[in-house]
Design a protein around this ligand. Sequence first.
Ligand code: TRP
Ligand code: SF4
Length: 399
Amino acid sequence: MKDHRVLSGMRPTGQLHLGHYHGVLKNWARLQNEYDSYYFVADWHAFTTHYSDRIDLEKNVSDMVVDWLATGLNPNTATLFVQSKVPEHAELHLLLSMTTPLSWLERVPSFKDQQEKLKSKDLSTYGFLGYPLLQSADILIYKAGLVPVGEDQVAHVEFTREVARRFNYIYGRESDFEEKAELAIGKMGKKQAKLYRDLRKAYQETGDDESLVKAKALLGEQQNITLGDRERLLGFIEGLGKIILTEPEALLTKASKMPGLDGQKMSKSYNNTISLREKPEIVKQKVNKMPTDPARIKLTDAGDPNKCPVWQMHQIYSPDETLGWVKEGCTKAKIGCIECKKPIVDSINSELDPIQQEMTKYEANPNLIQEIIFEGSERARIVAKTSMEEVRDAMGITY
Ligand code: TRP
Ligand code: SF4
């Protein structure tokens, strides 16, 4: 499967935590052995929401790469790079912006959602509106077939498919274009399909523009076909060509089961995280402060693990034996909550210990990190440059 390319990115806006580790990084590390994998620090993307925050990007970028390496990404297996070191992403973003309808960007769900959520920030900027398109450029420039992302990003991959399709429609054609077009015709219903075929035939035989206009109107009225199919069928009237940008697919990462300290999803915005760099003493303090079943006020009060976020953590970290001990101890008031939390503190600390040892090794050698970023970015750039030549070629920017 090494011929399939995987690509994903992460915004360097803060410290990575156990949620990233269990939800994303372990998955990336597994994929690097199965696919030709590209992982990058999306530093330009950080500005789309944090343009006025003056975050220490240099530190965040380097810490992020250290965290990736410490949790098992291998710079000799995967290509690890930084977005701003491959400026071709910006060129593709610009060129794609010429053909991307504003309405497509406005209806990307994250556009309105994030504006609502991050009310304290003014996100009515050009960069924020265009950020899914920058993401499309990130993906399309590597012709990545698979994009491992969480639920919240699937719409962006779908959007990228439409962007690619439109580009191919305008500047080239896909290779299995004809089959897909036939399938789409099949979805239109008999009468309409016949009308479409007749108009297509008329246009191809006589080149008469009126048939083309009529066919466009007909396609505009179709309820059963997707936007992509509509573009395909428009292209099908005019002829076949070659594929330039590959349509990617989202590789949906199952939602991380890692709960935060309060039982909600672990996330920086809920302030309920344990960082990968957390010291053992702080891990202990944080876990000991976790809320428990409110019914257990005194040691002698029986509790219900299902009402306790600590129980959710046990599900991640504890073997059956410990789970049994917790259930029995909690419901029969045989153990105290601090006692119950102890195995979790120990498990988290023994999970973090080897990771933090690796971090220390890399941090003692900042030049090595610089080198890894430089080499990865150069490798990525070779691929990006080739794609840009094809894109410029297709668009006629060859002088
Ligand atoms: N937008 C992604 C996020 O917020 C990060 C990202 C940028 C990305 N470019 C990408 C993810 C390309 C996958 C592919 O998490
Ligand atoms: Fe939660 Fe454990 Fe206390 Fe029960 S004993 S309430 S599971 S911390």
